[in-house]
Design a protein around this ligand. Structure first.
Ligand code: ADP
Length: 505
């Protein structure tokens, strides 16, 4: 609609239409374009623009009837030019033809084609957000009353602009929140700890799968029941629970929003492994002091005996033999420890030579077969020819450790079978016994240093828990690997695999 005169009812109707159009969208660009289009139509103007302020400059955001180059290049400093003046003072401005007003002659560069222009500020919460400008070409100038009406249009636009901006900010915020939520839920589901979120009445709000898995032995799938139990135990300050094989540490974190209690997050941490490690460490300390003390006590007792009393030569030799054996035990323990430390630190230089692994096994065997008549040692002949670049001393130590364990952990005797199999890239040495075997869940620990399965046999037999750790590191030093298959009460088979080519499998 065009405004033929400045009649109030027509103006009101025009404002109503603008307001309706502006309310139909929440897109900032669309709001501005709608306002400009309607203003141009109402005032029968030829061109116009909406400039917005950012960082002390005004740039054109929407326009009509202006050359693209002008739209792109215009960057008006506040206080400079017509728009700069309007934005700085907050005053509307009506200029006709060549500008005669001395306030603007300095500021304004106007082509001859412009007959008249109206510029009004767009104020959002008392701040100037931009400037709406329309102009006519030729002879047609604006009426004096038009400026006040355009100010009202600018005010309407300001409200719509603010609404659209708020909406955009809220949408951005929502997107950020969504992203945060996604990140959180990814962490929540992928973390190794169990997590339960409770409301301020200790009712379960949500949980991750790990929590369910951890608590299943305790409450099945009824996690609400756990929350009830937990609520009771909260008073006793209990923070550790046993769930099946696991020892769980419960770490509660209260949620506080606006100073008010908003429930809590319970993190369930599986402490079993670190407890097992602690147990292994203290067991090792007591074991190592026992292992060191026993031979030293024996040696010093016999030496004291020999230095204080006369014995027949034969008795003397017997005592000295015992001392010698105890010294060897000590030596072997210290050597195992040193070996492992060096192997683990990677500071070990292999002293390799080409040796037949089968032959090495045959050389290690008599030290076991002769003193253990209860055991039947069986070599699964024929061994394939396995000439490899190996450190024979270390490899012998590994074989010895495996044979020694096979004997030690089959106290009732039985067959100990040694085989050497060829695969396309490797040779696999295996030592199997018919001894006590190892529980399935303990198998993963046996190659760890200082680990000894806790049973009556290991308590009775001497050992350091270092033998298999050494075997593992010797295999690794040869680019090989070790593993075990075992059945409780039936026996175990330990495998040592070595690559045919040094440095790879
Ligand atoms: P240890 O000095 O205790 O023998 P190892 O490192 O050689 O230490 O072995 C670690 C643990 O693995 C042993 O304490 C034992 O419980 C278990 N183990 C090793 N070999 C066997 C086997 N052949 N049969 C059953 N258990 C074994």
């Amino acid at each position: 609609m065009k405004l033929s005169s400045s009649s109030t009812s027509e103006q009101l109707e025009a404002l109503y239409n603008i307001s309706k159009a502006l309310n139909s969208t929440l897109d900032v660009q669309e709001v501005l374009q709608t306002m400009l289009d309607m203003a141009l139509e109402i005032f029968d103007a030829d061109a116009g623009s909406v400039m917005l302020e950012a960082g002390g400059f005004l740039t054109i955001h929407v326009s009509s009837g202006l050359e693209d180059e002008i739209v792109e290049k215009t960057r008006q400093k506040l206080g400079v030019g017509i728009a700069g003046w309007v934005a700085t003072t907050g005053e509307p401005l009506h200029l006709d033809g060549k500008v005669r007003d001395p306030r603007f002659t300095e500021l304004v560069e106007r082509g001859d084609s412009i007959a008249s222009s109206l510029s009004v500020p767009i104020k959002v919460e008392q701040e100037i957000a931009g400037v709406l400008m329309i102009r006519r070409a030729g002879e047609r100038t604006f009426d004096p009353g038009d400026l006040a009406f355009l100010v009202s249009v600018g005010d309407l636009a300001a409200v719509a602009l603010q609404k659209a901006r708020l909406f955009q900010a809220e949408r951005r915020q929502r997107r950020l929140l969504e992203l945060e939520h996604q990140k959180l839920s990814a962490t929540f589901t992928s973390m190794a700890d169990g997590v339960l979120v409770l409301d301020n009445k200790t009712r379960l709000l949500t949980h991750n799968n790990v929590a369910q898995q951890f608590l299943r032995p305790l409450v099945g799938d009824n996690l609400e029941l756990f929350c009830e139990i937990y609520a009771e135990s909260l008073e006793s300050g209990q923070s550790e629970i046993v769930a099946g094989e696991r020892l769980l540490k419960v770490v509660p974190t209260p949620l506080v929003a606006d100073g008010e209690e908003g429930g809590s997050v319970l993190v369930l941490r599986d402490e079993s492994a670190s407890r097992e490690l602690d147990r292994m460490k203290s067991e090792f300390l007591s074991m190592i002091s026992h292992e060191l003390k026993t031979p030293i006590t024996t040696i010093s007792a016999f030496l004291e005996l020999l230095s204080h009393r006369e014995f027949p030569r034969e008795r003397q030799l017997h005592f000295l033999k015992i001392c010698d054996e105890e010294c060897r035990r000590l030596q072997s323990l210290i050597e195992q420890l040193l070996h492992l430390t060096r192997l683990e630190a990677g500071k070990f230089v292999l002293s390799t030579e080409k040796r037949d692994v089968g032959q090495l096994v045959r050389e290690c065997l008599p030290a076991f077969s002769e003193p253990n008549p209860n055991h039947h040692f069986e070599i699964k002949e024929p061994f394939p020819q396995a000439v490899l670049e190996v450190d024979p001393t270390l490899l012998c130590q590994a074989i010895t450790n495996l044979l020694s364990n096979a004997v030690k952990y089959s106290p009732s005797g039985g067959t100990i079978q040694i085989s050497l199999e060829e695969t396309p890239l490797t040779f696999v040495l295996s030592v199997s016994d018919e001894g006590v075997g190892i529980e399935a869940e303990k198998i993963k620990y046996v190659f760890e240093k200082f680990y000894r399965v806790d049973n009556s046999l290991t308590r009775e037999t001497g050992g350091t828990g270092l033998g298999l750790a050494n075997v593992k590191h010797i295999a690794l030093a040869h680019s090989g690997r070790v593993w075990v298959e075992s059945e409780l009460g039936k026996g175990s088979t330990f495998y040592l695999e070595l690559p045919k080519e040094p440095g790879g499998q």
